[in-house]
Design a protein around this ligand. Structure first.
Ligand SMILES: C[S@@+](CC[C@H](N)C(=O)[O-])C[C@H]1O[C@@H](n2cnc3c(N)ncnc32)[C@H](O)[C@@H]1O
Length: 329
């Protein structure tokens, strides 16, 4: 059964209100930041797909290798059976590049499931659905636009067995306390035996990590700067994009990559929809996104406060990336 869902005006309005609130909070702090979940408008979606194919961006390639070569291992680790219906729910699905490998294997094995991609970007969901309808026409898709933090509570609405996909090291965009609360809330809203397939980027030297956030073609820089353009167009701001520079950093000791935009001059920026002016000093940094890298110790500390236990760990051939199958106890 193919379900349709389009974004309503109400959803659109509440998203704009959320955007205003988070931009104001981020720019009002002592250390300025902007909410990375708003990277993904139409242009941001396309730029991220470009990033995924950059030679420096090992993250997608490594996880894709796992899905291409080990889909059967994943299915086995998830303890799926062709005759038992389950919901396959993906948080922040994007273009579903890796998920398609799993969907292909499930389709081939005649598994009974609905695929439910959740994404804040309606554009990404529409493209994914159109793609899947072409490539995997037997797969039933029920897309949901929204913030995945808000979707968690709707999970308990039925008793169907569930597999949650949270791939691409999206979890790494959350500070550890937020990640712990998020996974905790996820476990609270699942039933015993449900699974979470979590993709995480592993801690490795700066010589490998840093270029992934500082590519030679400047696509990552354009991706970050696009959020200023989005604020200009949707919140009627007057950011002069040419006066901000992309600056990624990676601290190997804490395993966290941070992307900043740096103001190259002292300036004021006015955001009309907030009727507010924000001052930027010359050299002032705006934190755009963190990308935490993991090892078993960091992940164990997070999971110890949740009802999940690790059942299987699958890595790519270079051990750059790991997909963990976690089981709700
Ligand atoms: C970095 S991309 C990764 C896409 C995919 N998971 C992958 O591994 O290739 C992040 C995706 O999550 C979505 N996203 C980011 N923050 C979100 C949020 N809070 N709620 C829902 N979707 C979100 C974005 O729109 C984007 O499609």
């Amino acid at each position: 059964m193919k379900a349709q869902k389009t974004i309503s005006n109400t959803e659109n309005r509440s998203m704009i209100e959320q955007f205003k609130k988070e931009v104001d909070e981020g720019l009002s702090g002592d250390i300025k930041s902007l909410p990375s979940k708003f990277f993904y408008d139409k242009k941001g979606d396309a730029l991220f797909v470009e990033i995924m194919h950059l030679p420096e961006y090992y993250v997608t390639r490594s996880e894709h290798e796992i899905f291409k070569e080990k889909s059967e291992t994943i299915i086995e680790a998830l303890q799926l059976h062709p005759d038992t219906y389950f919901e396959l729910i993906e948080l922040g699905a994007g273009d579903g590049l890796k998920t398609k490998e799993l969907l292909r294997a499930l389709d081939k094995g005649n598994y009974s499931f609905d695929y439910m991609p959740v994404d804040i970007s309606q554009n990404a969901l529409d493209k994914l659905e159109a793609d899947l309808n072409q490539q995997l026409e037997r797969v039933s898709i029920k897309k949901k636009q929204g913030d995945y933090f808000e979707v968690l509570e709707s999970l308990k609405e039925n008793q169907h067995p569930k597999v949650i996909l949270f791939l691409g090291s999206n979890i790494g965009n959350m500070p550890d306390d937020v990640a712990t609360a998020f996974i905790g809330k996820l476990s609270d809203n699942l039933h015993i035996g449900d699974k979470l397939l979590l993709g995480v980027d592993l801690i490795k030297p700066a010589s490998i990590v840093l270029p992934a956030y500082d590519d030679s073609q400047g696509v990552t820089a354009a991706f970050n700067l696009n959020l200023l353009e989005r604020i200009n167009s949707e919140l009627e701001a007057d950011f002069d994009i040419d006066t901000f520079e992309h600056q990624p950093e990676y601290d190997e000791s804490d395993g966290i990559a941070r992307s900043f935009l740096v103001s190259t001059q002292s300036q004021d920026v006015y955001v009309a929809k907030l009727d507010k002016k924000y001052h930027f000093q010359k050299g002032e940094k705006v934190l755009m996104e963190i990308s935490r890298k993991y090892n078993d110790v960091i992940l164990d500390a997070i999971l110890s406060e949740t009802a999940f236990v690790i059942s299987t760990r699958i890595t790519d051939s270079k051990a750059y990336f790991a997909n963990y199958v976690l089981e709700r106890q």
